[in-house]
Design a binder for this molecule. Structure first.
Ligand SMILES: CC(C)(COP(=O)(O)OP(=O)(O)OC[C@H]1O[C@@H](n2cnc3c(N)ncnc32)[C@H](O)[C@@H]1OP(=O)(O)O)[C@@H](O)C(=O)NCCC(=O)NCCS
Length: 195
């Protein structure tokens, strides 16, 4: 008879599971609060924000990490033209300070990159710390001749190709190409008509 050994699971306070799922409209307030905590209130002045202003994220490429009903991580990808080459820009990636070092950032990255690849996108670019993003395959090898619409440190402009050569010769400004955000309909209160 085969004896099955029970898997050993250490249930520490850090072992609360999290799930990664598509971002929902109901996540927006929690996501904004998380980004304020992670990047500060001046986050809207950051150079990469110029690639996102007034645009919708790429279809199916906005993810939330949820833990016990709370949003604890976020990542989005955006359509751009990288010196004429179609690509995506990834960001912001953020994980709540209390939930870091649990693999949530890596899970968001792996899931976002797999989804982008599955949708046929050929390259992803981001502005970030090479020591963190190198583990996902990002490097500055193909980004040396690319620019962003604002100040940035060139060694932090990184890319990964899903299609070999997708960024070969890419040169010039990275500009947003995503769909414009749907404007909110302004609902005016009904006015009483004078008799
Ligand atoms: C960067 C961030 C998303 C990582 O999230 P996380 O859930 O803690 O990441 P993971 O648990 O998957 O990975 C942790 C590992 O990444 C490393 N790491 C985290 N930030 C790093 C950085 N900036 N540079 C190098 N390594 C980093 C940790 O040291 C740890 O290393 P280890 O696996 O060798 O122990 C999170 O720290 C964060 O939200 N930071 C503030 C916002 C930010 O800087 N976003 C990225 C924009 S560049």
């Amino acid at each position: 008879m085969t004896a099955f050994r029970k898997p050993q699971i250490a249930l520490t306070s850090h072992a609360v599971p999290f799930v990664i799922r598509a971002e929902r409209a109901s996540d927006v307030a929690m996501r904004e609060a998380l980004l304020d905590v992670c990047f500060g209130e001046n986050r809207h002045d950051r150079t990469c924000q110029r690639l996102r202003d007034g645009r919708a994220p790429a279809a199916g490429l906005a993810l939330s990490a949820m833990r016990e009903g709370e949003l604890v991580g976020t990542v989005r990808l955006w359509h751009v033209s990288a010196g004429g080459r179609p690509a995506l820009v990834l960001g912001p990636l953020a994980v709540a300070p209390a939930c870091r070092e649990l693999g949530i950032g890596a899970a968001l990255m792996h899931q976002a990159l797999a989804a982008a690849r599955a949708r046929g996108h050929e390259a992803v670019i981001l502005l970030g710390d090479a020591p963190y993003y190198a583990r996902f395959g990002f490097s500055a090898e193909k980004t040396g001749a690319l620019m962003l619409p604002g100040p940035f440190e060139s060694e932090r402009l990184l890319a990964i190709e899903f299609q070999i050569g997708a960024l070969d010769g890419a040169e010039g400004m990275i500009v947003p190409t995503g769909a414009a955000l749907a404007k909110r309909r302004v609902v005016r209160p009904l006015q009483a008509h004078a008799a």
